[in-house]
Design a binder for this molecule. Structure first.
Ligand SMILES: [Zn+2]
Length: 294
């Protein structure tokens, strides 16, 4: 088994998935420009960057790896974003960290031929499905602080007013994992230990992303998410399969399936929802099928 490609479509209500950061006292959601299937420019719409999607996959990997005690380097176990392996060799670096293995790293060592590793996983931006119109609204929040905090300077209760943007709509993304590269260096040296467990970890950590378990403010703005369509394709040979056609397009799923059917051998695929062929009753079943095949 070598390569996994997925395409997912989700309804999200009230998410602040990709806030741009503080501008004055407001937090604005990222807006992008897109064109429709005829090339006609559309008005600005909220979207979530691929970097953010990758971050959430990594975060789910981290939590599970900590739970089941799989190896993590110090940087990855503490969830720091900059992965800079300190090992002098790619094999040592991936041996000691499942996230550095799957998500790649740079090296901080100022040495000749310092190891670096490109990511085995790729994520698109999560974009609004064409023909739909996401809603986005700025909401005023107030944070109440009471007591004698020095920042307030009085004994009174203080209220801090700030604005935050939330978006709702139907979104889609595509992602892939080069399973063959997991546990293996660029020059084909393999880690000692169970590579299959590492592949499983990377695959299973995609499931919560497909179900919408992400967001910058999960403690107080967990999105109301529902996966409405999923297509997963797994190559059964060394050959990678093409990235799936994004379900932001009206017939994205159907065209991907037709492409996969034309390949005939060396690929398995499964679906959920959206009136798709051979659809499984739930998203978990699609992931169970993938795991069974690797
Ligand atoms: Zn690491």
């Amino acid at each position: 088994m070598s390569y996994l490609s997925i395409a997912a479509k989700l309804v999200l209500n009230v998410h602040d998935l990709n806030n741009e950061g503080s501008i004055g006292q407001s937090l604005d959601i990222r807006q992008i420009r897109m064109v429709d299937e005829t090339g006609k420019p559309l008005e600005e719409m909220p979207a979530v960057s691929g970097r953010m999607m990758k971050h959430w996959h990594l975060e789910h990997m981290r939590r599970r790896a900590l739970e089941v005690k799989m190896p993590l380097c110090d940087t990855c176990s503490s969830g720091q974003p900059e992965r800079q392996a300190t090992a002098e060799d790619e094999l040592n670096a991936i041996q000691s960290c499942v996230i550095c293995d799957t998500h790649g790293f740079l090296s901080t060592k100022a040495i000749k031929n310092a190891p670096r590793r490109s990511s085995c996983s790729s994520f698109s931006w999560m974009l609004p499905v064409l023909g739909t119109k996401p809603e986005s609204k700025q909401v005023i929040h107030s944070r109440v602080t009471s007591g004698t905090a020095a920042s307030i300077g009085t004994d009174e209760t203080a209220q801090m007013i700030f604005h935050k943007s939330y978006a709702s709509g139907i979104f889609a993304f595509v992602a892939s994992i080069d399973l063959n590269r997991i546990g293996q260096t660029i020059d084909n040296r393999k880690i000692s230990g169970d590579i299959k467990e590492r592949r499983k970890l990377a695959i299973q950590s995609l499931l919560p992303v497909c179900l919408g378990a992400f967001g910058a403010s999960q403690s107080h703005a967990l999105p109301h998410a529902k996966c409405v369509g999923l297509l997963a394709a797994l190559s059964t040979t060394e050959k990678p399969i093409p990235n799936l056609i994004s379900p932001i397009y009206q017939k994205g799923f159907e065209e991907s399936i037709s492409l996969l059917e034309s390949i005939k051998t060396g690929v398995n695929w499964w679906t959920y929802g959206d009136g798709l062929k051979n659809a499984k009753p739930n998203v978990q079943d699609v992931f169970d099928e993938i795991i069974n095949k690797i």
